[in-house]
Structure formats: C-alpha cells, structure tokens
Write a protein that binds this ligand. Structure first.
Ligand code: SAH
Length: 250
C-alpha cells in the first residue's frame, strides 16, 4: 500500500518540489508514495477568497482564518478516509510553537497509511483551530522561524519517505543513523586514506569488527555529550535505569 501525503497549502506549486528527484522522486514514480495538494484558498467562502485577517489585539502581519482552515482540514480528513482503509491519518500543523519533531515520531508516521500536513504562512493560525480540532498535532522543525510551513512539510515528508519499504538501498542503512539509538552517529570517513596530512583512524582499517563497533560507540557517545546535552541526558538516564524500569514516555 502506498503512503498518501496530503498537503494543505497556499502554495501547492511547491510540491513535490525537491521530493520529485532522487530517492523520493523515484519512489514517487514507482507509486511507493503519493503527494496530493489542497489549496487552502479553495475553502474560503467570500467572493475575494479571503484566507487571512488582521490579528485580534493588533500587531504586525495577518492571521490565517480558523473557519477556512477547519473546512480544509475536514475535507482532507474525509478524503483520506475514503481513499484508504478508513484509518485516520495523522494531521500535522507546521508551527514553531509546536512540539519539535523527532525521528521516533517520523518512524511512527512512516509506518502508517499517510499524513496530512497543514502549512502556515504570515503570522500563523487562529488558535481556535487547535481547540476545535484537538486531533491536529502542532509540530515544529526546530527553534527557527521559516516564512512558511512548506519547507518544514517537505523535510518531514522526506524523512518519512526514506523509511518506506524498498526506498532506501540497503535496509540496514537506516538503523545505525543519528537519533535511532538516542545518540548522534559516529564520524564517517572514506578514501583517500591520506588527505592534507590527515589520516583515517587506524582502527577503521583494522578489520576487527568488535573493535570498530566499540570505537564507533565511544565516538557516538563523545559527540552526543559535547554537542547535544539534551540527548545525552535522556540517553544516560535510560542507560543507567534498571532494565526492569518502565520506559518513560515524554
Ligand atoms: N508568528 C509565528 C511565526 C509564523 S511563521 C510565531 O512567532 O510563532 C509562518 C509560518 O511558517 C508558520 O505558520 C508555520 O507554518 C511556518 N513555520 C515557521 N517556522 C516554523 C518551524 N520552526 N517549524 C514549523 N513550521 C514553521
């Protein structure tokens, strides 16, 4: 069964965009995933097809209207039910105010029937959308502010698509990657053996797989501790907890 992505956007021409080439592009051609766009403006009800209005309380910019957004989301949900098994797909709204996306959540989404992604613009969404449609998951790409949700949606889709069965060359290449075991990946090297006076670490040429695995694990741990204290804390907590301890869900 194909993974069905449906994107709610004011700029449908941005899709599939970069996901039309390379790995994701070939998977799209094969039908491993599909990409449907819904123009949010088509759900406006006035003759000017208005999607935004000025912020209540004043301030810069424009806010996307909750009535128009809800009509678009409801349509996407109904359509995903008709297309597929009747199973509801997760609905993600792109917003810097959301929960940062994780590889764990990407894996869950990729193993399901598809995803609907709502892309914001301007100052974002009228908050009442999220009160009235609590099933919408507010998701952030990280502590940066984009001009629109589309690049975030493309990144999330890319992360899902590469996990779909048959999309990535070697099935094992997903498993050892950054975040999969709570750590950043170890550093990688390739030929030439000597470059600008720098040598590939000797252990990697030793052919001793146990030694290589131990070296990689130690480097993974070093890098994570130095670069990502947040991940390191979670990792060391989990490592130090007795095996019988229940897994914490945050
Ligand atoms: N006024 C908002 C930012 C709006 S940016 C605020 O300060 O929170 C315009 C749109 O870009 C948002 O509605 C959202 O869809 C998208 N966007 C910006 N940064 C993002 C991020 N870090 N993650 C996901 N989407 C983002």
């Amino acid at each position: 069964m194909s993974f069905a992505a449906s994107i709610l956007t004011l700029y449908p021409e941005m899709f599939p965009g970069p996901l039309g080439v390379s790995l994701a592009g070939r998977a799209l051609e094969r039908g491993d995933w599909s990409c449907e766009t819904l123009q949010i403006r088509d759900f406006a009800t006035d003759k000017h097809r208005t999607v935004d209005d000025t912020p209540a309380g004043g301030g810069a910019g424009m806010v996307l209207k909750c009535d128009v957004l809800a009509a678009a989301v409801d349509h996407a949900v109904a359509k995903s039910r008709d297309n597929g098994t009747g199973e509801a797909v997760p609905i993600l709204a792109m917003t810097p105010r959301g929960k940062p996306i994780t590889q764990e959540r990407i894996r869950e989404i990729a193993s399901g029937p598809g995803v609907a992604i709502l892309c914001g613009r301007f100052e974002g969404f009228d908050e009442r959308l999220f009160e009235a449609r609590p099933e919408i998951e507010q998701v952030s790409m990280g502590d940066i502010v984009l001009s629109g949700g589309e690049p975030a949606a493309l990144a999330i889709l890319d992360a899902c698509i590469r996990l779909l069965p048959g999309v990535m060359g070697a099935p094992s290449s997903g498993a050892e990657e950054s975040f999969e075991n709570g750590l950043l990946e170890y550093p990688q090297y390739t030929r030439p053996q000597q470059w600008e006076g720098r040598t590939i670490p000797e252990v990697l040429r030793s052919g001793d797989h146990a030694k290589i695995a131990a070296w990689r694990k130690a480097r993974s741990e070093d890098h994570t501790r130095l670069r990502r204290p947040d991940l390191w804390e979670r990792y060391s907590d989990a490592r130090d907890r007795p095996a019988s301890g229940a897994r914490r869900k945050d």
